[in-house]
Design a protein around this ligand. Structure first.
Ligand code: SF4
Length: 99
């Protein structure tokens, strides 16, 4: 694939991930980070992990390498609901509480 083709594919993956995250946020009554730069960093990290590991590992947490344990850090991770209710956002600053 040429460079342009690769770029287009990458953007399509990011668009799809963004749509997925938006859909989940809406379903929960949350919003996504309104800082575009921070948001796209997390989205890119998720796309990268999906490609590399076949799993949506959290881009802001360390994997243990143990698949069973690392289920806890697949987005949306085991911790995000507590973090959002306590801090107003998840550790990665992807999902935000509204209001
Ligand atoms: S901290 Fe946020 S972005 Fe990271 S896995 Fe949890 S919900 Fe997803």
């Amino acid at each position: 694939m040429d460079a342009v083709g690769k770029m287009t594919e990458k953007n399509a993956d990011e668009d799809e991930m963004l749509k997925w995250a938006k859909g989940y946020a809406t379903k929960q009554g949350w919003t996504l980070n309104t800082d575009e730069k921070q948001l796209s960093t997390v989205i890119r990290g998720l796309v990268r992990n999906k490609k590399k590991f076949g799993r949506l590992y959290c881009p802001c947490r360390l994997r243990s390498g143990d698949e069973e344990k690392d289920l806890a850090i697949e987005c949306p991770c085991m911790y995000h609901k507590d973090e959002i209710s306590q801090d107003g956002h998840c550790h990665c600053n992807l999902y935000f509480k509204t209001g």
